[in-house]
Design a protein around this ligand. Structure first.
Ligand SMILES: [Zn+2]
Ligand SMILES: [Zn+2]
Length: 148
């Protein structure tokens, strides 16, 4: 496990202690699963993966734990309009390449994009706090399959 992942697990420990809630093995397992993957799984995919470690965990518990981890700022929910929610273990600012055919989401790091300045004031009444750029297109696998 990378140092980054270890730090995040430590942070989970700290937040649970501060809030006086138990660090359940389920919370740990869900966070670990997301930290080990970069494919932005859906809640159901997280549920399937966690089941290997915790066979008795319920789908509802996984959904609830995901919400809690998002609230704690330990993972992110990826907003992809019109599609089912996906979860991201990478919480620093980054961008995404989204395949319009298979819905694959790939991380894209770009210092140039990171430095776009946020709109000044409160445009349309919004207090903007962060952003992420999504590029829509077709992944290599889908491009190949479409040619056939
Ligand atoms: Zn694709
Ligand atoms: Zn991402």
């Amino acid at each position: 496990m990378s140092g980054n992942a270890r730090d995040r697990l430590k942070k989970l420990h700290r937040i649970c202690r501060e809030r006086g809630i138990p660090l359940t093995s389920q919370r740990r397992a869900v966070l670990e699963t997301l930290l080990l993957r970069s494919d932005h799984p859906t809640a159901d995919q997280v549920f399937e993966a966690v089941q290997d470690q915790s066979p008795r965990i319920s789908r509802r518990t996984v959904y609830r734990v995901l919400d809690t981890l998002v609230e704690f700022g330990l993972i992110r929910r990826v907003h992809h309009p019109g599609a089912i929610a996906r979860f991201d273990g990478m919480i620093h600012r980054h961008h995404h390449l989204v395949c319009i055919r298979c819905n694959k989401i790939v991380d894209l790091e770009s210092p140039d994009l990171d430095n776009i300045s946020l709109p000044k004031g409160k445009p349309q009444g919004f207090d903007v706090c962060d952003f992420s750029v999504q590029f829509m297109g077709m992944c290599p696998k889908c491009r190949k399959e479409k040619k056939k």
